[in-house]
Design a protein around this ligand. Structure first.
Ligand code: GUN
Length: 283
């Protein structure tokens, strides 16, 4: 029987710390850490994420601005908004919700965000800093995963760590963060020949592939720490992860549920990055 890692509880504890830090910051400086979120178009999942980011800011006492732009917004308009926010002293973090409508170039938008306000850590300058271990911002989802692993008390050093998925947002930075904690890291992806053979070696398994209930109990090692980054909507409307919880839970030592595992951590780490950025801008 695994212990369930309660992402909501870990997130609540980090947010309580941030709220206290924010009040102290305001008392010392007379302004609040500020986050600007841009959303282009009507994608329903993105709308929910953006609302939750706004709520998160309110909860910890940050200043926030949300820009809801129509789906036919031109690149020129979007880049002009990013430029205005780059120069705005009230704003310490800028996040443009992805995916963008097809006519807009995501890379161009990411490059336009001032790296010192890039709280997603998507700008190549910040990605490079993560590679060399000298960073201001950690990418939100992998940073949340690291906090959850930390909450188990399991030491990553020397452990076999397997990451499934090689996206720029999760898989690649996740592998770097585990490496920085001295894990022996393997990245698996769609071309990996014998996935189960690799996953069965994992003391710590992080799964971010976007396939519902893909990792089953026979694919994990007895006593593994299993972190499920997946968020898949099943036909009956229920949310499920990439890990088949029912068959993995009896075998794992720790496991994250979906919902209530990694999800609540992502926005929390975004708030953490915004706090860090506000402090950096004082310097
Ligand atoms: N869309 C899905 N996840 C993310 C994220 O972490 N940041 C941004 N900007 N867009 C996203």
């Amino acid at each position: 029987m695994a212990k369930i890692i309660d992402g909501r509880a870990v997130a609540a504890s980090v947010r309580a710390g941030l709220k206290a830090e924010c009040e102290q910051f305001y008392a010392d400086n007379g302004f609040r850490p500020g986050l600007a979120v841009i959303i282009v178009g009507e994608d329903p999942a993105s709308q929910v994420y953006v609302r939750n980011k706004e709520k998160g800011c309110n909860e910890v006492g940050f200043y926030s601005e949300v820009y809801r732009l129509p789906a036919d917004t031109t690149e020129e308009t979007l880049l002009a908004l990013v430029d205005k926010l780059n120069k705005d002293d009230k704003i310490h973090g800028i996040l443009c919700q992805l995916p963008l409508p097809k006519h807009l170039d995501e890379t161009k938008v990411i490059l336009a965000i001032d790296p010192s306000k890039d709280v997603d850590a998507f700008h190549p300058e910040n990605v490079g800093k993560i590679m060399i271990g000298n960073y201001s911002f950690l990418p939100c989802t992998p940073a949340g995963v690291m906090k959850l692993i930390e909450s188990t008390g399991v030491d990553i050093s020397g452990k076999e760590c397997v990451v499934i998925g090689r996206s720029n947002i999760v898989g690649k930075p996740q592998a770097m963060l585990l490496l920085q904690k001295n894990g022996t890291v393997t990245i698996c992806h769609s071309r990996t020949k014998d996935l189960a053979e690799v996953t069965r070696r994992a003391d710590i398994l992080v799964v971010a592939i976007g396939k519902a209930d893909f990792i089953t109990g026979d694919m994990i090692k007895e006593g593994a720490v299993v972190i499920d980054v997946g968020m898949n909507r099943k036909d009956d409307g229920k949310l499920t992860g990439d890990v088949d919880f029912a068959s993995c839970e009896p075998k794992a030592s720790f496991i994250t549920p979906v919902p209530g595992g990694v999800g609540p951590m992502t926005i929390t780490m975004l708030l953490q990055n915004t706090m860090t950025s506000a402090k950096n801008h004082l310097k």
